[in-house]
Write a protein that binds this ligand. Sequence first.
Ligand SMILES: [Zn+2]
Length: 693
Amino acid sequence: MTERDEAETEGNSANPLLNTEFRVPFDQIRAEHVEPAAEGVLDRGNRRIEEISSDTRPPSWDTVMAPLDELSLEVSERLGPIGHLVAVAETPELREAYNAVLPAITTFWSRLELHPGIWARVKAYAATDEADTLDPVRRRHLDKTVRAFRRAGADLPDDERTELESLKVELAKLEQAFAENVLDETADFQHVVRDEDELRGIPESARRRFRRSAEARDIEGDAWLITLDYPAVEAILKYAENRELRKHVHTSYMTRCRGGDYDNRGLMLEILALRDRLAGMLGFEEYPDYRLEERMAGTGRAARAFERELADRTRPYWEADVADLREHAAELGLDELRPWDVSFVTERLRKARFDLEDEDLRPYFPLEQVMDGLFEVVERVFGFSITPAENEAVWHEDVRYYEIHDEEGVHRGSFYSDWFPRPEKRQGAWMNHFRTGGPRADGGFDPHLGVICGNFTPADGDAPALLTHREVQTIFHEFGHLLHHCTSDVSLRAVAGINVAWDFVELPSQIMENWTLEREALDLFARHWESGDALPDELFERMQRARRFMGGWAQMRQISLGSVDLDLHTEFAPAATDADEEELMAFIRARMLPFSPAPEFAQAQSFTAFTHLFSGGYAAGYYSYLWAEVLDADAFTRFRSEGVFDPDVGRDYVRSILSRGDSAPPEDLFREFMGRDPDPEALIERNLGPAAA
Ligand SMILES: [Zn+2]
């Protein structure tokens, strides 16, 4: 550290965002701290970039890679708490301050990614003898860093790099326009119901929402307003007995942005063509190869083979489900199964066979009891003990703080939990991290720091906060991400914890969900909050059977979307410039056909409103949902066969996967734990059951 830097840190120490203590002083951070902190951190970061790139010493790990990593870690750790507070405790002032610094933060990262001086130093270092003899972890990190620069276009001649940058800007604009069209067309739709009989079968809670929507839009008289937001669509498709209403809502939903004022077809052609061009400029044969280079799948070919194999194995179950749906549709008096009947028939069938409501299970899952059960599972299986600690310096009184210790008593990490909704908190459930620790050179251990958040129904009167089974799974899931971060044992922080391939990162989270379906584990925490009774066997049985219900149908749907995503980016994209809207739609229809009970099902697909693929991060990556499920179902088979509480398997899992971050290729970590490559059989068994008759 130079003298000037020290003086600066000292001068800024009144700003809690620049505090370097382990615990972030969240209770002291105010909107007015955001701009000066971001400015200071980014200035210092930019100065470090210049220092590293103009260093005249011979390139070495210590003069290139170490300072580069340190710089990235420092910027993200200092600025991370701002984004977190925007998510959990947003005020208009904080939002404004955050928006004011966001462009500078984005610019900082994209500049670093393409900085010619840094790239020259990294490249020079990669060519040294020292780089050749690096240990495998550092070598892997160096290779990834080199690839990151190449992928950003750092190696292209100036004119091509300029083209690449403008191409990326153009793509971002098109993707944004795609998403806006979806939002606008969704918001534009309204169907006003005047006769309540039209809403036959729809639950009271949904009708009340429709009523409130009508009031909100000042629709006169006795009226219910149906919109195309997902909860409304779901309520209609699952429960409306009026088939015409289902057809109208389904068709409107599926054909959003397929023509009219918000037509996305032209944008899709442009997006596909530009993505193909981008991959070509960077030397990839096809866009999926570019997208998947840093993923476990590795290539588009591997992802396609994965989808094909899973499709073949799922098909018999899917066919059985289709037959089941058709038969039940006939029993319900429907002449034939149409696309807008599927959810409705499914729900009727579910009710007839299992009669299981979310609410039946809630009394057995009080939140605190679930957390204690989760901690006990973690202690027994993985050997980490979790203890509550002082809730100081937190952002809200609901927040709890815990410490994680290993069997030797070493403090491995700490975390916050924040489980209840507030107006200033965002929706959903997630995990985030603030400090990345790890083994120190002196033999000690720097602990990690993270957070898990959710939005569960809070305590009501005498009753504690009670969860649905899905919410119990959510807690286990997010806790899996947290453990991945907080138990990381990688000394090179750039590749520690959750910094792993996108299609591998859900393994440590999803595997935790398995324990919520095991009788032995449920016995630890599923007890009635009033009577203390264990979850009745009969309820447990129904839960198990309901889990696989229509599994073949659901899984085939995921496979179809993942396959068509890859087909579009591989086969259609290279010719997209010369194709027209009709050809695009015909291509999608043709590729959906093998996954459709009848041709009209292939027609009724919402690709023109599929933001995951055309404005989100899932382009050529939709397969990864199922990919990660295959991994977690397969890895869990070792626990199933050797014991769900078996400490040896648990410790083995910690050693080979959980604590390893991205220190080795994910397929190697998996192989180390399982002794072989992933096998989809376990997923088939879990989602679909024994072979279909
Ligand atoms: Zn997750």
